[in-house]
Design a protein around this ligand. Structure first.
Ligand code: ARG
Length: 403
């Protein structure tokens, strides 16, 4: 085994990764470079710099990845209307490949041959980080302290922190905090009482959405503009991807939109229960389906819906940088060529409802569908023959059954 001389650590500045930082320095006796990604988690990142400095880190990287996150990961995924197990908008899953990409990039830049992450040995995130690193640079060694050290519990973790003079936030001494993962797309909360799926979640668990019961009594109507499948404006105002999602998070949060209490199947085999808040993403999913409803051909739309669960599962399982995900993405992206126009969405007490859609590229033909007299050549006799032929086998089947 070659000696590890430098490690790039994915570092949040929180308790876990602070302990991991110390542990790596002690265990490997080498330089550790920290990488902290700003994904719009809404946390101050400067404290992370201060903490890394205090631990003797020389090379501290804090990178604002918000625009890249939304434009290159969230929006491409949204083009597919991706939902895992019918409900989860994949807010944590889609952030991991981006973090891994930058971990690998920094490792190359600083000449490190190893990267480390703070994901535990029971979750999906370890799989996602490591599959992404494998796909991007197979020569890189991955260190997963949670699977390597002999710290087995929260208590032992706190003892280690104490011993090494790592400051422990006061609220973390008494009651252990929830496990929270946040970025511009969502906040995910797991652990503690949530681990019992029978337990009704208290409202204080929610961080970025109000209870729909307490949301404004008057609905708010917004217009979202789409170009080639991606949202580009809100109420006529053009915005960058990250600014647009931030704006919709604010609107959705105020109206209690995008809460989800879910029991899901993790890739590694167990079921887990989590609370998700995806306000902007929930609005965008509804709006995107709205604009697709008038701009996509039926067979194209249905094909997209058929592959969607497969595509979502690939992202959930950590196969973002895999050939089959890229193949599906090419199909999805091509389908979006004409997905442009505007959608009005009504935000009201937890719901985001499409109430209007328009597009210069619409396939919708009022003339064709109207109950009134229509100018377009549509021969009602065609429908008669169409039904007669489709019914042929059903008539044979029914006749046989009654014999
Ligand atoms: N269960 C979600 C997923 O696998 C979220 C995982 C991270 N969330 C957390 N609270 N630690 O995508």
């Amino acid at each position: 085994m070659t000696k590890i001389e430098k490690i790039v650590l994915s570092y949040s500045g929180g308790l876990d990764t602070s302990i991991i930082l110390k542990w790596l320095q002690e265990t490997y006796g080498c330089e550790v470079v920290t990488f902290t990604a700003d994904l719009g988690q809404g946390e101050e990142l400067e404290p992370a710099r201060a903490k890394a400095e205090m631990s003797g880190v020389k090379d501290i990287r804090i990178v604002d990845l918000r625009e890249e996150f939304v434009s290159d990961f969230v929006f491409p995924m949204l083009r597919a209307n991706a939902l895992y197990e019918g409900q989860y908008l994949l807010g944590s899953s889609i952030a991991r490949p981006l973090i891994a990409k930058h971990l690998v990039g920094i490792a190359r830049e600083v000449g490190a041959h190893a990267v480390a992450h703070g994901a535990t040995g029971k979750g999906n995130d370890q799989v996602r980080f490591e599959l992404a690193v494998n796909a991007l640079d197979p020569s890189i060694t991955i260190i997963a302290p949670w699977r390597q050290w002999n710290i087995r519990s929260r208590m032992q973790l706190l003892e280690y922190a104490e011993k090494h003079h790592i400051p422990v936030p006061s609220d973390k001494r008494g009651e252990a905090p929830f496990s929270i993962d946040a970025n511009l797309l969502h906040t995910s909360t797991e652990g503690k009482i949530l681990e019992n799926p029978a337990e009704v979640v208290p409202d204080h668990v929610y961080q970025r959405t109000v209870d729909p019961v307490d949301a404004p009594d008057t609905p708010e109507i917004i217009t979202i503009g789409f170009e080639r499948g991606d949202p580009v404006s809100v109420n006529g105002k053009s915005m960058t991807p990250a600014a647009l999602l931030t704006e919709l998070n604010g609107l959705g949060g105020r109206h209690g939109i995008g809460r989800l209490d879910l029991v899901e199947n993790r890739f590694i085999g167990m079921k887990s229960r989590g609370i998700y808040e995806t306000p902007g993403g929930t609005i965008l999913l509804a709006a995107h389906r709205g604009i697709e409803s008038i701009t996509l051909d039926r067979a194209a739309a249905h094909l997209k819906d058929e592959i969607m669960p497969r595509y979502a599962e690939l992202i959930y399982n950590g196969f973002w940088f895999a050939p089959e995900r890229e193949m599906l993405q090419a199909l999805i992206d091509q389908s979006q060529t004409f997905v442009s126009g505007e959608v009005m969405v009504r935000l009201y007490k937890g719901s985001a409802s499409v109430i209007s859609r328009t597009s210069p590229l619409s396939l919708y033909s009022a003339d064709l569908v109207t109950f009134e007299e229509s100018a377009i050549a549509y021969d009602h006799h065609d429908a008669e023959g169409f039904i007669r032929l489709n019914g042929l086998r059903l008539r044979s089947w029914a006749a046989r059954n009654s014999r």
